[in-house]
Design a protein around this ligand. Structure first.
Ligand SMILES: Cc1cc2nc3c(=O)[nH]c(=O)nc-3n(C[C@H](O)[C@H](O)[C@H](O)COP(=O)(O)OP(=O)(O)OC[C@H]3O[C@@H](n4cnc5c(N)ncnc54)[C@H](O)[C@@H]3O)c2cc1C
Length: 403
C-alpha cells in the first residue's frame, strides 16, 4: 500500500493526537495518558510484562510476514494460501490460521487478564469478534493497534481510483452474474456475463481473477460448465454495523459527569455480555488541514460507533446526550472466523483465480494487496510456464543467493 501511495504521488493524512481507553460497561479498565512513560508504567502495573511478550510475539510474526515482499520482488508466487504461509513462517504460520490468538498468546506467557482486557478489546474493535479469532488474523490486528497505521490524505479510496487510472484498464461498470467455461484450441476460455442499467452483456477472457468473496451473501454469481462444479465456499461473514453520529457524547455514561473533563477520543470495549457496542471513536475528516483541531469534548462532534446490531433509540441515548444525525451502514464485513476451518483455494480452474480467500488468513488492505500481487505473478508464471517460480521451497536461501 505504501508503494501505491508513492507511485500515485499521494500523501499520508496528518495524524491528529487523541487518547484511547478500554471500557468494561461499568468503568475504564485501562486509560491512556499523555505521558508515554506513565502509559508503560500502567501497563506494567496492571499486567506485568505481558505487553512486552505481546510486542515480541507480534514483531516476530511481522518480521517473517515481510519476507513476502522480497519473494515477490524476485517474481515468486504461490498456488495456495497454505504454500504462501509455509514459505514465510513454516508449518507454524499455517497452524496460526487454525488455532486461536488467545491460545497462542497464553502459550508465550501473556496473562489471561491481559487477553481479557486488552486483546479482546482490540479484536472487538477491528474484527468485531472474540479472542477466539485465529492467531494470524489476531497478530495482524494487534500490529495495527500498536499505532503504526496510517490513512491517505483525501481518503484511502484514492488509491483504488488512482491505480485504475494508472493501469489504463478498460472498466465495465456492471454486476457480474456468472462465468461460464468454453475452450478454444484446447485452451480454457472464460465467458464473463454481466448486467448493467444498459442491459446484459458478456465477454470472453483467457484469464479471470475473482475479487469478491465466493459466498452467496457477498457476490451472488454462478459458474457454468465447470466439471467438477465450482461451488459456493463454506463459512459465514460477521454482520457489522457502523453508525456515524453527529452529536454530544453522554460522558456521564462513562463516569465523567462533567463533559469538559472527558479525555478520550477512542473507546474500546471488553467482551462483556450486554455491552451493545464494540468500539467508538471521534472521527476526523479525510483531509486534515494544518489548522484542524478536534472538537472540545463538550461540543458536538462526529463519532463512529461499531456494533453487531443496529443501535436502537435507547442505546443511542445512552451514548449521546443528544444528536443531530445518525448514518447507519450494515454489512457482512469480515469472515466469521469460527465458521470455516480450511483456507479457500487460489486456483479455481486452469486460468481462473480467486483473490478474496486471503481474508480468511487476515482481513486488511495490505493482505489483499499482497495476495493480488501473488495472483498476478502466479497467473504470469503459469501462462509463461515459469514453473520454477511457483511454490518453491527454501526461498529465504534462494533469494539471498540470487542476483
Ligand atoms: C467496516 C470495515 C472497516 C475496515 N477497516 C479497515 C482498515 O482500517 N484497514 C484495512 O487495511 N482494512 C480495513 N478493512 C478491510 C478492507 O476493507 C478489505 O480487506 C478490503 O476492502 C478488501 O478489498 P477487496 O478489493 O478484496 O474487496 P472489496 O473491497 O470487498 O471489493 C469487492 C468489490 O466487488 C464488488 N462486487 C461484489 N459482487 C460483485 C459482482 N457480482 N459483480 C461486480 N462486482 C461485484 C463489490 O461491490 C466490491 O466493490 C475494513 C473492512 C470493513 C468492512
Amino acid at each position: 500500500m505504501q508503494d501505491f501511495v508513492k507511485i500515485l504521488g499521494l500523501k499520508h493524512r496528518r495524524e491528529v493526537a487523541g487518547k484511547s481507553a478500554i471500557f468494561s460497561g461499568e468503568h475504564f479498565v485501562l486509560e491512556e495518558t499523555d505521558w508515554y512513560l506513565l502509559n508503560l508504567f500502567r501497563l506494567w502495573w496492571h499486567y506485568g510484562i505481558s505487553f512486552l511478550r505481546l510486542q515480541m510475539w507480534v514483531e516476530e510474526v511481522m518480521e517473517k510476514f515481510m519476507r513476502i515482499y522480497k519473494y515477490q520482488a524476485h517474481g515468486y508466487a504461490f498456488s495456495s494460501l497454505e504454500e504462501l504461509l509455509r514459505s514465510l513462517g513454516g508449518e507454524a504460520f499455517v497452524n496460526m490460521t487454525q488455532r486461536s490468538v488467545a491460545e497462542s498468546l497464553l502459550e508465550v506467557g501473556v496473562t489471561q487478564r491481559f487477553v481479557d482486557d486488552v486483546i479482546a478489546a482490540v479484536l472487538r474493535s477491528s474484527y468485531g469478534q472474540s479472542v477466539l479469532v485465529p492467531a494470524f488474523a489476531g497478530a495482524m490486528s494487534l500490529a495495527g493497534a500498536q499505532g503504526s497505521t496510517w490513512a491517505v490524505e483525501g481518503g484511502n479510496k484514492l488509491v483504488c481510483s488512482g491505480l485504475l487510472k494508472l493501469t489504463k484498464a478498460n472498466v465495465i461498470s456492471a454486476r457480474v452474474t456468472g462465468i461460464s467455461l468454453h475452450s478454444s484450441e484446447g485452451r480454457a476460455l472464460y465467458q464473463v456475463h454481466y448486467e448493467s442499467p444498459e442491459g446484459q452483456g458478456s465477454a470472453f477472457y483467457d484469464l479471470v481473477v475473482v475479487t469478491t468473496p465466493l459466498h452467496p451473501s457477498r457476490s451472488n454469481f454462478t459458474f457454468e460448465n465447470f466439471d467438477p462444479p465450482i461451488a459456493d465456499l463454506p463459512g459465514a461473514f460477521q454482520p457489522s454495523v457502523t453508525s456515524v453520529v453527529h452529536g454530544y457524547l453522554n460522558s456521564s455514561y462513562f463516569g465523567f459527569p462533567d463533559p469538559k473533563l472527558f479525555p478520550f477520543t477512542s473507546i474500546l470495549t471488553t467482551d462483556t455480555p450486554d455491552l451493545f457496542f464494540h468500539a467508538m471513536d471521534n472521527v476526523c475528516p479525510v483531509n486534515v488541514s494544518a489548522a484542524f483541531r478536534r472538537k472540545q469534548p463538550q461540543e458536538a462532534a462526529v463519532w463512529r460507533v461499531l456494533s453487531q446490531q443496529p443501535l436502537d433509540k435507547p442505546q443511542l441515548k445512552t451514548l449521546f446526550r443528544s444528536y443531530y444525525s445518525v448514518q447507519v451502514t450494515e454489512w457482512p464485513t469480515y469472515p466469521r472466523y469460527d465458521s470455516a476451518k480450511a483456507l479457500p483455494p487460489i486456483v479455481l480452474h486452469e486460468n481462473l483465480f480467486y483473490l478474496s480467500g486471503v481474508e480468511w488468513v487476515a482481513s486488511s488492505m495490505e493482505m489483499v494487496a499482497v495476495a493480488a500481487k501473488n495472483v498476478a505473478l502466479l497467473a504470469y508464471n503459469r501462462w509463461h510456464q515459469e514453473l520454477e517460480k511457483i511454490d518453491q521451497k527454501d526461498l529465504m536461501h534462494k533469494v539471498k543467493t540470487e542476483l
